[in-house]
Design a protein around this ligand. Structure first.
Ligand SMILES: C[S@@+](CC[C@H](N)C(=O)[O-])C[C@H]1O[C@@H](n2cnc3c(N)ncnc32)[C@H](O)[C@@H]1O
Length: 257
């Protein structure tokens, strides 16, 4: 028997979709509540809902990080630290990676994973907002971010902040959901993300935060491939390029300071 959903849960989910249209502090706080609620199951759900593809997407993104012996890299919105762990070998045996995230619960999962991989001395996890990174100008050889930029309250501010703390010549590698390039794929993807994904979120993951309603809505309100290139250029980045992955469901943007 199909049970009717509790009206309070319905309201939360409807509101979660609306969050994707908000900006500033209100968006930041709403997004953070969702990540706090799902931190413990984030990795498992990520693997299930992307059919394991997120591992390949992350490996491809990291291949755009130029190796720097003894370098210093920053992963913004690091969450459970997957990208930071992949970036670490590219900074050489004496290099370091800072994994920053606004969310303590996500970072706590990241710290456990980093320790499990024996990388505690190499990767430092710390709490920081993408919009207020708090590092000196020209500090990092490379900055990466995976599936974070879509969530920030003020995207142009976060991009400007990332450019500020990069060394001249340093690269910003941004992995994010984008716009599928084929019409048939967009149709399939719309069905998956607006119908199947929220259903899985409710029935399998027992989600009551609305994160699986927020996810597709936030993807649709995030700039597409070309618009993100434009925002990066407007912020002063050069040699801005992107590569579509899985037909443009995801894109990696690479930009140089
Ligand atoms: C979808 S998760 C991605 C985590 C990880 N990068 C990955 O690829 O699996 C998005 C992460 O961005 C973080 N985040 C969202 N808004 C942020 C902000 N304004 N500043 C820093 N981190 C933020 C969230 O807390 C969350 O951990």
């Amino acid at each position: 028997m199909v049970q009717a959903e509790d009206p309070a849960a319905q309201r939360t989910k409807a509101q979660a979709q609306v969050v994707s249209t908000w900006s500033g502090r209100a968006r930041e706080q709403a997004v953070q509540r969702m990540f706090t609620a799902i931190a413990g199951v984030y990795d498992l759900n990520n693997t299930l809902l992307s059919f394991g593809l997120h591992h390949r997407w992350k490996q491809t993104a990291v291949s755009f990080v130029a190796p720097v012996e003894g370098g210093l890299a920053l992963d913004v919105g690091a969450g459970t630290a997957d990208l930071a762990i992949l970036v670490a070998p590219r900074m050489g045996p004496h290099g370091r990676v800072i994994a920053s995230d606004l969310n303590r619960a996500m970072l706590a999962e990241g710290i456990k994973k980093v320790a499990h991989k024996g990388l505690t001395g190499k990767i430092v996890c710390l709490q920081a907002s993408a919009e207020r990174l708090g590092f000196a100008d020209d500090t990092f050889d490379a900055v990466t971010t995976g599936f974070c930029m879509r969530n920030v309250g003020n995207l142009p501010l976060a991009i400007a902040e990332i450019r500020r703390i990069l060394k001249p010549g340093g690269r910003f590698v941004c992995l994010e959901f984008s716009r599928p390039v084929y019409g048939w794929l967009r149709t399939l993807y719309d069905w998956y993300s607006f119908t199947l994904l929220p259903w899985i979120g409710t029935t399998v993951a027992h989600d009551s935060t609305g994160v699986y309603e927020y996810l597709p809505a936030s993807i649709r309100t995030f700039p597409d491939q070309e618009r993100l290139c434009q925002l990066l250029r407007e912020a002063g980045f050069q040699q801005v390029e992107y590569q579509n992955l899985t037909g443009g469901i995801v894109a990696v943007h690479v930009a140089q300071k």
